[in-house]
Write a protein that binds this ligand. Structure first.
Ligand SMILES: [Zn+2]
Length: 272
């Protein structure tokens, strides 16, 4: 699933390509019954047609297209969603779920194999993103706020990192990587982290996300950027999907467990 670095890469790719462009026509596949939230698909298509794209912002893993009259087109890619800019129409693809023709002849094409992706057209973004926690790369996410969050929670620290209402944008890859970077075991109860451990984890989250963003994200399976190219950060991960391979720090085989239904990777020696 695309996480903060991947969604932010897509935002940065798409912005110069679509800013100032008007959506001339929208189409939603009948084979994507859960794609459009809150509105019937035909009302969504009618409502978005004729609107100019002023800007694209991001909250957590949501892309927010700011349209000229205050409407927001929100997109969540979920598992396998891809939002691609194509110079002409969307190429034939059995997984094409929606398309948006722009006034310069280019198109935004939403391709989604697993069909978990979601879109909204709303006049108030809080209808979509109001419950999200702070941005981990934003100023509101300082060490004090992070320690307060950890102190309130007795759940495993990894589950807290994955909770979008606690912190927005972190998923399975970067939770595992940040916990390794900080030397913290994913199963440890959040409220048992010492101040130095919380400090290391706070720094590790920022470092891991910024590095992944610099590498244009990680392409383990489905993720591609706004032009259809892969990121490269998956080549640099230290624990994620490295089960049984030697830890880069100590040589101990990386372990994989299930935690809250999610695969979790860690070094049993380096992470305490
Ligand atoms: Zn190790």
């Amino acid at each position: 699933m695309p996480e903060l670095p991947e969604v932010e890469t897509i935002r940065r790719d798409l912005l110069p390509l679509v800013r100032g462009r008007t959506i001339v026509e929208a189409w939603v596949s009948e084979n994507a019954p859960r794609l459009i939230q809150l509105l019937p698909p035909d009302a969504f298509c009618r409502g978005i047609a004729g609107r100019r794209i002023e800007d694209i912002s991001r909250r957590g893993k949501y892309l927010l297209f700011n349209l000229h009259d205050g409407l927001i087109w929100a997109v969540h890619l979920r598992m396998t969603g891809r939002l691609l800019h194509r110079e002409s129409g969307c190429p034939e693809d059995p997984h094409l779920r929606a398309s948006f023709r722009l006034d310069d002849g280019s198109s935004l094409c939403f391709v989604d194999m697993r069909k978990f992706g979601m879109m909204w057209l709303v006049d108030d973004e809080s209808l979509v993103v109001s419950k999200l926690g702070p941005e981990p790369l934003g100023e509101a996410f300082d060490l004090r706020a992070f320690r307060d969050l950890l102190k309130r929670r007795s759940a495993p620290v990894k589950a807290v990192l994955l909770d979008q209402n606690a912190l927005a944008g972190i998923g399975n890859i970067y939770a595992d990587e940040a916990l390794f970077e900080a030397g913290v075991r994913p199963t440890r109860a959040a409220n048992t982290l010492t101040k130095p451990a919380a400090q290391r984890l706070h720094g590790a989250i920022g470092k891991v996300l910024a590095e992944a963003l610099g590498d244009r994200g990680s392409s383990f399976r489905d993720y591609v950027d706004g032009r259809g190219n892969e990121g490269s950060h998956h080549l640099k991960v230290k624990v994620f999907r490295r089960t049984g391979l030697p830890c880069y720090e100590c040589g101990t085989p990386i372990r994989r467990i299930k935690l809250g239904g999610r695969s979790t990777h860690f070094c049993p020696k380096c992470q305490k």
